[in-house]
Design a protein around this ligand. Structure first.
Ligand code: G
Ligand code: G
Ligand code: MN
Length: 571
């Protein structure tokens, strides 16, 4: 027998018997209560939860429609079935519109059991779906390591606080804080200890703040703090002092005391911004300023960001630029030294701005990362570069294309899907796509980056470490990642013939790379002499102005057919 808690809204004892007999026949063990007035029903609904409500349509002191409204007003999702001696089509329709799940005539009581089975099933589906929705919401809005709101949620909370501050004519302050030398903890002690440090830091920060204040983890070692109820913008300095103080006592990580220092950037509404994106961007700029000054904190000033106006204007336009096809790609060929073949190219994005002309990526990539536009931008670059490289066919083989990924993209949980979709949409083979990431992007959030990179490697795309040598990581610390190639940063390559130290770095990276079984690429090759020395050192590939500047796809095709180099796709 299946237990079933039924609330019967019914004036007739006989009808109750009829219904109960039917339920028992269907294998239910009904635990029931009969009510026939509004007050009794209200009371019954408040006292306990019910699996099912069966209600008469018209009764001397009550009726089915009001019973239905009362149920709805309690917000409970309980199957509600009307069983009536007589019901006209119009009233039945009214009842269904008011939210009854089914109605039937007492003379037709055999229909009751199938109706109940169906409604109980559907309520389970509804509840399951709601739980799933809630879980998805929770996952989409919280940082898994600290349990704090993530960037997406933080942005919404900032928006809400700004709207409220504007209504009530109060300032809103926002702080961006980033932990200095967090990378070292991760690198020397491992990611688990890094995670543990983030958790402990978030607990201390939380307990130093008042309850309306919001603290969020925005990614890597970056925390956002929102002060929605600050009395005066100037009071922020007390909060900053409190935050610094709460971090003064060293953290114990794996038995080692770790001192955490931070840089904090401050921006306030209305003084510095009147919308969430600008406020966050300006706090971010202030934070970088604090770092440059090696100071505890800095409040945003237009001087700390001479280009802010131009940059913010650009951001507003970038949104449209992607849609209006103002972005374009230039391709720079990669030469295989052993064979003298061009075996691939690197896609480099530019923005053909209607007023400013060709805008280079350093002018807009970073800001795109801070304003959530990096996703759409990266998607565009992926699809466009894969489409274009299909047309650089030689003997039926398309050239491999390298695409740069920014730090934010690398830590985006949607990255692998975005890449799979781009491969699907263009019909490209995964091994035609090489992804370039910098070491500094990986160490920002090594665990997340490594999850994404492992998944991508399983899909069959290739991975290159860009600007190698400029970060602090050793090859050993990335050996667990599915890396295929490293690119020696152009700052070492360009001057290797005049600077001994640079020459030594280049030689060492080539040897180390080979020890780890990696392809080594030198970028920034500007002269024939450098190219020859690289060949002699056993470097695998070269890229740079001496071979070719970045050029449009059409130019590249012409160039390929006239250049002294052979063409070939990489093995
Ligand atoms: O092409 P060069 O102009 O100036 O590129 C400057 C920087 O911009 C390089 O460090 C390169 O990695 C980066 N870059 C170029 N194209 C892209 C792109 O499509 N996405 C990202 N994230 N970075 C890019
Ligand atoms: O960060 P990444 O290394 O991916 O960016 C490549 C950048 O290097 C692009 O801006 C590209 O225009 C530039 N570049 C390519 N070849 C040379 C070169 O030979 N010399 C210099 N100085 N820059 C180069
Ligand atoms: Mn690159």
């Amino acid at each position: 027998m299946k237990p079933l808690r039924v609330l019967l809204v019914e004036d007739s004892e006989d009808d109750v018997e009829l219904i109960l007999r039917e339920l028992r026949r269907g294998g239910f063990a009904p635990e029931f209560k009969r009510v026939e007035t509004y007050e009794d029903m209200d009371d019954a609904l408040s006292r306990q939860s019910w699996d099912l409500i069966i209600s008469d349509y018209s009764m001397p002191h009550f009726d089915g429609l009001r019973a239905l409204q009362l149920t709805r007003s309690k917000g409970a999702d309980i199957p509600f079935i009307i069983v009536s001696g007589s019901i006209g089509e119009d009233t039945a329709v009214a009842a269904m519109k008011a939210g009854a799940h089914d109605y039937l005539l007492k003379g037709n009581i055999a229909r009751l059991l199938p109706a109940i089975e169906r409604e109980l099933r559907e309520v389970r589906v509804r509840q399951g779906r709601q739980q799933a929705d809630e879980t998805i919401q929770r996952l989409a809005y919280t940082d898994p390591i600290t349990g704090l709101p993530n960037r997406t949620r933080f942005r919404e909370l900032v928006q809400e606080a700004i709207a409220e501050g504007q209504r009530e004519q109060r300032p809103v302050a926002m702080l961006l804080m980033d932990l200095d030398h967090f990378k070292d903890v991760n690198d020397t002690l491992g990611h688990d200890y890094g995670d543990s440090l983030l958790q402990q830091v978030s607990l201390r920060l939380r307990s130093a703040l008042f309850s309306p204040d919001v603290i969020a983890r925005l990614g890597g070692d970056e925390f956002g703090i929102l002060l929605p109820k600050i009395a005066a913008a100037d009071d922020v300095k007390f909060v900053v002092r409190k935050l610094h103080q709460c971090l003064e006592v060293p953290f114990m990580i794996g038995g080692i005391p770790i001192v955490v220092e931070t840089s904090i950037g401050v921006a306030t509404m209305p003084e510095h911004a009147d919308n969430a994106d600008t406020l966050i961007l300006r706090a971010d700029i202030a934070m970088y300023h604090a770092k440059q000054l090696a100071s505890d904190y800095a409040v945003y000033t237009p001087e700390s960001n001479p280009h802010s106006h131009e940059r913010l204007g650009l951001m507003a336009e970038l949104r449209n630029a992607i849609e209006q096809n103002q972005l374009l790609l230039q391709f720079q060929p990669k030469l295989e030294l052993k064979t003298g073949r061009i075996i691939g190219c690197e896609a480099l994005v530019r923005w053909q701005h209607p007023r400013l002309g060709l805008v280079p990526p350093d002018k807009f990539i970073l800001a795109a990362e801070h304003t959530g536009l990096i996703g759409p931008l990266t998607r565009w670059v992926l699809v466009e570069s894969l489409t274009r490289c299909q047309s650089t066919q030689s003997n039926g083989n398309a050239l491999r294309v390298s695409v740069n990924l920014s730090a934010r993209s690398l830590h985006d949980p949607q990255l692998t899907k975005m890449i799979a979709d781009a491969l699907d949409a263009t019909g490209a083979n995964p091994n035609q796509l090489m992804l370039e990431v910098t070491e500094s992007a990986i160490v920002l959030d090594p665990k997340r980056a490594s999850d994404n990179l492992m998944e991508l490697s399983r899909m069959g795309t290739l991975l290159s470490i860009d600007d190698f040598g400029t970060g602090y990581t050793s090859l050993a610390s990335i050996k667990h990642l599915p890396v295929n190639e490293i690119k020696i940063d152009k700052s070492f390559v360009t001057n290797m013939l005049v600077d001994n130290k640079d020459a030594m770095i280049v030689r060492t990276v080539i040897d180390l790379g080979h020890n780890f079984g990696l392809t080594v690429v030198a970028e920034g090759v500007e002269t024939k002499e450098v190219l020859d020395v690289l060949s002699a050192l056993g470097c695998d590939e070269a890229q740079g102005f001496f071979i070719s500047k970045p050029q449009s796809c059409e130019q590249l095709q012409n160039w390929l057919s006239t250049s002294p180099y052979k063409i070939g796709s990489a093995g």
